[in-house]
Structures are given as structure tokens and as C-alpha cells.
Design a protein around this ligand. Sequence first.
Ligand code: NZQ
Ligand code: ZN
Length: 385
Amino acid sequence: MLNFELYNPTNLIFGKGQIEKLSTLVPKDAKILLAYGGGSIFNNGIHEQVIKNLKGFDIVEFGGIEPNPHFETLMKAVEVIKKEKITFILAVGGGSVIDGVKFISAAVNFDGNPIDILQKRLLIKENAMPFGTVLTLPATGSEMNSGAVVTITETQEKLAFGGSAMFPQFSICDPTVIASLPKRQLQNGVVDAYTHVMEQYLTYPHEGYLQDRIAEGILQTLIEVGPKVVENPTDYALASNFMWSCTMALNGLIQKGVPSDWATHMIGHELTALYGIDHARTLAIIGPSLYNVMFDTKKQKLAQYGRRIFNLEGSEDEVAKEAINKTVEFFHTMGMDTKLSQYIEDYSKTADFIVNRFDKRGWKGLGEKQLITLDKVKSIVELSY
Ligand code: NZQ
Ligand code: ZN
């Protein structure tokens, strides 16, 4: 096993009705910026619950953080914070609102041009404004990790950043919030979390036996509850297992002591930046193509995955190949189209565009062994057409 440090200061408060604890979690005397997205929290009663449980606090609201949050919008929140002398930020939303708040938190006291946080992928270790979250969409794990992804509209770039100061102080995760989610977002959540596990699991054999077993447990749980929760989001057993699986998939635990890939995400982010395709759907497009193109380096782990998750039998190559087919089948069950041509008509220049971008950024070798070179990226994207 590789050496590791496990640091995760987020106080995760999980379960039905836990929002009632909000007033005890926010620092006393805080002046709060309540940040939210496009307004779903007004339709499903979450806004009302937040306000009710923050009685007596001084609150300024900032709405309009869009899916795949925009740098330009977030900078407006930074201005509000400075003008209103805000001391604490509360994100109420899904991954986009939480990621947006992470950026706002980092940008408020940043010495320099905050766009550098994204374009230079700076590590934020200090000077961030404290924040907490009320999660409304299980998917990203952002409620318990220190990463975020922000889009710069002007340059059509979707860039990740993070650092130890980017953990939420607390996150309230009440599984009943998923009742109001559109089917598409529930499907997205399952596939995003599933792919998070795959990025950290589907590499090469190593000695992190426990990490593998935990990862497999999350995959199995998502396969078990995913298709059902989409149909029955008010079933608490399904909702709670779905939400906890999503958090566990990307709170850092399964990544400790093992190699990880993340190239599906790096390439997928480009499809969102270019075409606005939902994050999870870009992963369903790219993931299977990547497993095929990188078959030789991943086949041992693919075979383990095939045997343990899908009970497949046969030679290593046979099981590994079939495991990819089973993954695609699962994505289809979850309502995903898995080819780029099913989302957009004019896709033929996509591979060259992405390769060119990665080249300019100096991303010449992605993946667990940096073997996903630019020619491989090209093949992966072309295979996903
Ligand atoms: O904006 P509102 O009106 O709230 O509506 C949202 C939005 O339209 C809606 N929604 C959220 N909760 C709801 C609800 N509708 C009804 N009822 C509820 N309870 O759902 C829509 C999508 O929300 P969004 O936050 O964009 O979805 P998600 O949580 O999937 O987040 C996606 C973003 O997270 C990033 C993605 O790249 C993308 O930008 N990621 C962040 C990661 C991280 N921080 O670790 C890792 C991920 O890999 C991912 O890259
Ligand atoms: Zn993701």
C-alpha cells in the first residue's frame, strides 16, 4: 500500500430532519451569505426550512449559481460578500452551488486575480472564508471533499481546483431532499458517483485490498439502488443508501494508499465546456471508450471488477471485455446515452480540439501511469463518437 495522510475535517450530519441543527452549526454572530442555484429550493421547501432554522441570524441571499458554475457569476458573489461584510457562507444546493461556494470562499481574500485559482490550478490552503453546506443533490461528493470545478464562460474552460482549506465546515445531508429531483438528475447522480469509484478503482492491481473492497461495495450498492431510486425517490432506504454512496465515493477515503486515474473526468469536463452536456453524461460517453483504449493497462483490474461485481467467468481477457459491456449496460439502465453523436450533431472536430487544448496546458500524460498520452486521448474521444 502507498503511504498516505487522511485529513477530512468536514462534520457530516446525515439523516432525516437534520436541518434542524443548522443554527447550532453556523458560528454565533455570523453574517451569512446564503448561496443557491436557479430556485429549486423555493419549490421544494428547502429554502423555507433553512430560513426557519436560522432564526436570529443576519442573512444576505445570493441566487443564480448555474449548473457548472460560472466564474463570472461567482465573482459577483465575492463583491456582495465584501460590500455586506459577510463572515460565513452557506451553500444550499447540489455540486454546482457547493463548488461555486468553494470558489467564492477562496476568492474573497485572494491576493491577486482570482482567475489564477482556476487557470494556474492553485492549491488553497489558507485565507478561505468558512462555509457549510445543505446538500440537495447526491452525486459529486463535494459536500465532503476539498475539490471544485468552475467554468470560465469567456474562454469555455471548465477547470478544477482545491486544497485543504476547501473542505466544508459542515454538511447537512438529508436524503429526503431527493424527492423533488427530476429523473435526469437522479440518473446523473448515480452515474457520477459510480464513475468516481471507477476512477479510483479501475487502475492496476495493488495492495490496497481494503480500498478495493470498499470501492466494490459502493459500486454494488449503486447497482442495487440506482435503478430503483430513480423510480422511487421517496423510499428512504433507497434515498439514504444512494446519498451515502455518493458521499463515500468521493470523500477521499477510497483514494488513500492507491493509484487513481481521473482521465475520464478530465476529458469529460471538455465535453461540458464545449457542448453543455451534463457532467455525468460526459462520463458515460468517455468512460467505456477509455477502458477500451487503455485495455492492456487496465485489463487485470477490469477482470477483477467483472468477477467481483458481475460474477463473470472466463479468461482474463474475456471477463475484462465483458465487464466493459456490463458497465455500458448499467449506464443504459440508468438512462444514459453513451455516444457523443447522440447528444450533438457536429462532433467531428472534438477530438482534435481537446488534444490541442491538453497539449497547450501541458497535459501530455494522464491516468494512473501517465500513459494516456495525447494520441490516446484522441483515440478515446474518437471511439466515443
Ligand atoms: O439550480 P437549482 O434550481 O437548484 O436546480 C438544480 C440544477 O438545475 C437541480 N436541483 C438540485 N437539487 C435539487 C434540484 N432540483 C430539484 N430538487 C432538488 N433537491 O439540479 C440541477 C443540477 O444541479 P447541479 O448542482 O449542477 O448538479 P450536480 O450535483 O450533479 O453537480 C454538478 C457539478 O459538480 C461538478 C461537476 O463538474 C458539475 O459542475 N463536480 C464536482 C466535483 C467535486 N466538487 O468533487 C466532482 C464531480 O466529478 C464533478 O466534476
Ligand atoms: Zn464526477
